[in-house]
Design a protein around this ligand. Structure first.
Ligand SMILES: [Zn+2]
Length: 369
């Protein structure tokens, strides 16, 4: 892949990644499609809300439908009907989430299937094999997501194991499409630096920051970002994994991050928690039961933006009766909000007014709906 920084404003930067299945403008937010589906949303709607790249979960797709099925379609794109770029995680995070059900060894991770209790094994080599069959535009190295909180010596051992696995991932992956390394080291700045330097020596196409948003304070997350991002390679994409709220994205971009993914906009949409320019709203709240306004009258999404828009009252009603259309509409709106936020940030960086844009963003978000 090729990555070009097009504009810079302070640490914030905009650029473009040329990937196998298309170009992606950064900074970018990647909607999460765990099982090869962004819940409730067709790929046509994903295009309508201007998604450029989506994320698939290696671990879940490996269990269901299984790689043999996806292989018959020569990859996930054709299987799910999405002809733009896809990034897949390595399965490391999901295996970590299994907690006591897993046993970590140098070779890889032995665990019981959460579906049927079968004994399963995932290693750097297995994860690369699966991601190559999924034919992801960007694959991620298999790493150990470090527990938090943790002692420094345990964080060091875990970071070193991830580095050895990163090397095995790289060797086994070969040259197909792109492979990103993942920086670990918990909340210890020197361990993070050591992890980054080890990965840089292995030469990856991009570098991700893993092991954040695991329960630490916002201050800890920002401290790690501020110390780590400026020393990450300038000419490679920087990806902050699993983050976050609209405000987290703004702070990530401010500090020089290029890529984000998170389940928040889609999961919250299904629970009726909606994002707007003037703050968040809970559409199930009784005060919206006869509200004729759209979710956000400044929003250009297919739900709010047409002349014959869907009202808050109608969406409130759909959510109250658990009609699936309610989730479809709220997910469409929330994804638009996130993706349009990224577009606004790219534009502000290009115009070199990111700082005043950010002030205005915080001011409006504090007004309240
Ligand atoms: Zn909208």
């Amino acid at each position: 892949m090729k990555f070009t920084v097009l504009a810079q404003d302070g640490e914030a930067r905009s650029g473009v990644m040329n990937l196998t299945n298309g170009d992606v403008k950064t900074p970018v937010f990647m909607p999460v499609g765990t099982y090869g589906a962004v819940k409730g949303i067709t790929t046509n709607v994903l295009s309508e809300v201007k998604a450029q790249i989506i994320l698939g979960n290696t671990f879940h797709l490996w269990l269901r439908p299984g790689v043999d099925i996806v292989d018959k379609f020569k990859g996930l794109h054709r299987f799910m009907g999405w002809n733009r770029p896809i990034l897949t995680d390595s399965g490391g995070f999901q295996v970590w989430s299994l907690g006591k059900l897993r046993k970590i060894t140098e070779k890889g991770v032995f665990f019981k299937s959460p579906l049927n209790g079968d004994s399963l094994f995932l290693s750097p080599e297995e994860s690369m094999k699966i991601q190559k069959i999924l034919n992801s535009d960007i694959s991620m190295v298999f790493d150990e997501c470090t527990d938090w909180p943790i002692s420094k010596s345990q964080a060091y051992d875990s970071m070193q194991l991830s580095l050895r696995w990163a090397e095995r991932s790289k060797v086994s992956f070969g040259e197909k499409n792109s492979l990103f390394g993942i920086v670990q080291g918990s909340m210890f700045e020197d361990l993070r630096r050591e992890s980054l330097n080890g990965l840089i020596n292995l030469k990856f196409d991009g570098y991700a920051i893993g092991g954040l948003s695991v329960g630490e304070s916002k201050d800890d997350m920002l401290r790690i970002l501020k110390s780590l991002v400026p020393i990450m390679p300038q000419n490679k994409p920087r990806y902050l994994m699993g983050v976050g709220t609209p405000e987290d994205l703004v702070e990530g971009v401010l500090n020089g991050v290029d890529m984000f993914d998170c389940v928040l906009p889609t999961r919250n949409a299904r629970n009726g928690w909606l994002y707007t320019k003037y703050g968040n709203l809970k559409i199930r709240n009784a005060r919206f039961s006869s509200d004729k306004a759209p979710i956000d009258n400044s929003c250009g999404c297919p739900v709010c933006g047409s002349n014959f828009f869907y009202s808050r009252a109608y969406i409130h009603h759909l959510q109250k009766i658990n009609e699936m259309l309610g989730s479809v509409l709220t997910t469409t709106h929330n994804l638009w909000f996130y993706l349009d936020l990224m577009r606004q940030m790219r534009e502000a960086i290009e115009k070199k007014n990111f700082s005043s844009w950010r002030q205005d963003f915080y001011y409006k978000r504090s007004v309240g709906v």
